[in-house]
Write a protein that binds this ligand. Structure first.
Ligand SMILES: [Zn+2]
Ligand SMILES: [Zn+2]
Length: 232
């Protein structure tokens, strides 16, 4: 299935859950938010989780998404409804509800240290009031500053397997080109170790970190990166 189809399917799914979750008069504003993030899998997964498991069973639309911190594709997001804000930790693969924003119970020390906070107190100090939160992706119409596929920031390495990562050998799309097989001198990758071996070779060759210019094709055409953009 092409990426654009997958993305469209995800958008439809989120909309379906949303319609079950909010009252009729709230569907329009809720749908507008989903539409705004239609090209951002990370936010769509976040919204899907929100509507699937409405915290406190409040039937309210998610009206604003803000990103507090992010590190290598994992983010702390604040989802705001008309009456409350919630904190979520999210990657493209997993979204976990942490509780009410600024009023969460003690966060897992591992989560805190992952994002560079020594303790809960230090974390809370860096949490602005809800009214000062900046809407996530307010520049989404310009060049994205985070990879729309795996969520890493400009200058960071993509998560392995990200469709946007550029291959340092052929400058094509790393998830699609044949370089991994050629480098490993095998026909298929079956074992976890082979993938790890490839990561070693890839790192030695020099991975290409995310740049906003890498996503001209995303999320629509199937032509891939090598079509009109040579990076390197
Ligand atoms: Zn990426
Ligand atoms: Zn390649």
């Amino acid at each position: 299935m092409s990426e654009s189809k997958q993305l469209q399917q995800l958008v439809d799914e989120v909309k379906t859950y949303m319609k079950y979750a909010v009252s009729d008069d709230q569907i329009e504003p809720a749908a507008a938010v989903i539409h705004k993030y239609r090209n951002s899998p990370q936010v769509l997964y976040l919204l899907r989780e929100y509507y699937l498991a409405l915290p406190d069973a409040r039937e309210e639309p998610a009206l604003q998404i803000a990103q507090l911190v992010h590190h290598q594709g994992v983010s702390l997001f604040v989802v705001s409804t008309p009456s409350i804000s919630y904190l979520y930790v999210s990657s493209v693969h997993q979204v976990v509800w942490l509780g009410e924003y600024k009023d969460t119970e003690e966060l897992d020390p591992e989560v805190l240290s992952y994002f560079g906070f020594d303790n809960q107190e230090e974390f809370l100090k860096s949490c602005p009031p809800v009214s000062d939160l900046e809407e996530y992706g307010s520049n989404l119409n310009g060049e994205p500053s985070v990879c729309p596929a795996c969520g890493v920031s400009e200058g960071e390495y993509h998560l392995l397997g990200c469709a946007v990562e550029v291959c340092p050998w052929c400058e094509g799309q790393l998830s699609k080109c044949n370089c991994r097989f050629e480098q490993l001198e095998i026909d298929v990758i079956e074992k976890e170790e082979e993938l790890e071996d490839f990561l070693v070779l890839l790192t030695a060759k020099g991975r290409i970190p995310f740049k906003p210019q890498q996503v001209p094709f995303y999320p629509g055409t199937s032509d891939g990166l090598d079509r009109d953009e040579k990076t390197g």
